[in-house]
Design a binder for this molecule. Structure first.
Ligand code: MG
Length: 365
């Protein structure tokens, strides 16, 4: 028996596999998948078995490697389901075809996985970060985030809240206990109005190359779907788009996404996958489109008119909840009123405001 194990181990060494200590016939299904990752993925890719681990140590799953397990935990959490009733750009649109924060998240995930797959990076790690990146978004989009930032002592931003949700708030205060790599990617995804999607250094840059995909995938997704939604809403006509970026990237969403993804992939490969890259020309074109969208859509007075009301709603709720926290907060799981407000969907906030501030007509005849 011992000579046979020795043969198997030598065969693994000969094939260059790093799992020589565990013959496949004895490995769990998870270990077989981990071995497959080493065989298939690029050397620069993150590997499940090399994860820096979880906040609290846990027994490994028999079937799923760590990053796959994290992806599943995010999909099954409550904050993920709430994304379906949170604003992307347009407040509670009645049309069925507008994006919500949930469909935005799915489009980011799709683009990110396309990039990860062709670069032979870890698809499930990429997907987990993408599905978790916007969990901390407030009701009423970025307008809601700005209001909550002024209300909460010490300020508020959605990417820190995304991390707080997966670390603490979900699962009745126990959090999802995700791996370090997924948490790092979620914490470092956000660019803001003028942040760079590539070329970051130091603490701003995700530690895994999978995490670095998120900034470009997020940008590629929202620039294109927001043009589509703004056109649907009558705020834009295709001919309003700036001509130079359109000439470089393409005349339709799908053409632009294809150009952008191809650029990310070829430039990152040319740089030997040391980091996620874009060419200067394509990067400038997409950033020009983003600036155009800020003026034409995100800060457009017609599109943002309803958000002024969001300020009144959130400020009113904040004051009421602070007056009577025991009535609204489960103090075991929600640390403060800001987290309660931030977790609300648009419609929950509107309903609660109506309940607390709008007198009901007398209904008994
Ligand atoms: Mg996003």
């Amino acid at each position: 028996m011992i000579w046979w194990l020795g043969l198997v181990a030598r065969a693994f060494q000969a094939s260059g596999s790093a799992v020589s200590a565990v013959p496949l016939c004895m490995a769990t299904l998870r270990e077989q998948l981990e071995a497959r990752e080493r065989d298939i993925l690029a050397p620069q890719a993150a590997k499940s078995a090399d994860s820096r681990g979880r906040l609290r140590p846990e027994k490994e799953d028999d079937v799923r490697p760590a990053f796959q397990r994290d992806r599943d935990r995010i999909i099954h959490c409550k904050a993920f389901r709430r994304l379906k009733h949170k604003t992307q750009v347009f407040f509670a649109p009645t049309g069925d075809h507008y994006r919500t924060r949930l469909t935005h998240t799915l489009e980011v995930s799709q683009i990110a996985r396309t990039i990860a797959k062709v670069l032979r990076l870890h698809e499930e790690l990429t997907e987990a970060i993408a599905l978790g990146h916007d969990l901390g978004h407030t009701p009423f989009g970025h307008a809601g985030e700005r209001v909550i930032d002024t209300l909460v002592p010490g300020g508020f931003n959605h990417y820190e809240q995304s991390l707080r949700i997966v670390d603490v708030l979900e699962n009745d205060g126990r959090g999802l206990n995700l791996t370090w790599e997924v948490r790092d990617g979620i914490a470092k995804h956000s660019k803001g109005k003028s942040g760079a999607p590539v070329g970051l250094t130091g603490t701003l840059r995700a530690s895994t190359i999978e995490g670095q995909i998120m900034r470009v995938a997020d940008l590629i997704a929202y620039v294109n779907h927001d043009i589509d939604d703004a056109t649907r809403a009558g705020l834009l006509k295709p001919e309003d788009l700036p001509t130079e970026p359109v000439a470089i990237l393409g005349g339709s969403s799908s053409a632009r996404i294809a150009t952008l993804v191809k650029d990310v992939v070829t430039e990152s490969l040319a740089g030997n996958l040391t980091e996620i890259r874009m060419s200067d020309r394509v990067l400038k074109a997409v950033l020009d489109l983003r600036s155009f969208l800020f003026d034409a859509v995100y800060e457009n007075t017609i599109a943002t008119a309803e958000f002024k009301k969001a300020t009144g709603i959130l400020t009113g709720l904040w004051e009421k909840v602070r007056e009577r926290p025991e009535e609204f907060l489960d103090l075991k799981t929600i640390e403060n009123e800001g987290h309660f407000l931030a977790g609300m969907t648009d419609r929950y906030a509107v309903r609660l405001y109506e309940q607390l501030f709008i007198p009901k007509p007398w209904a008994i005849e």
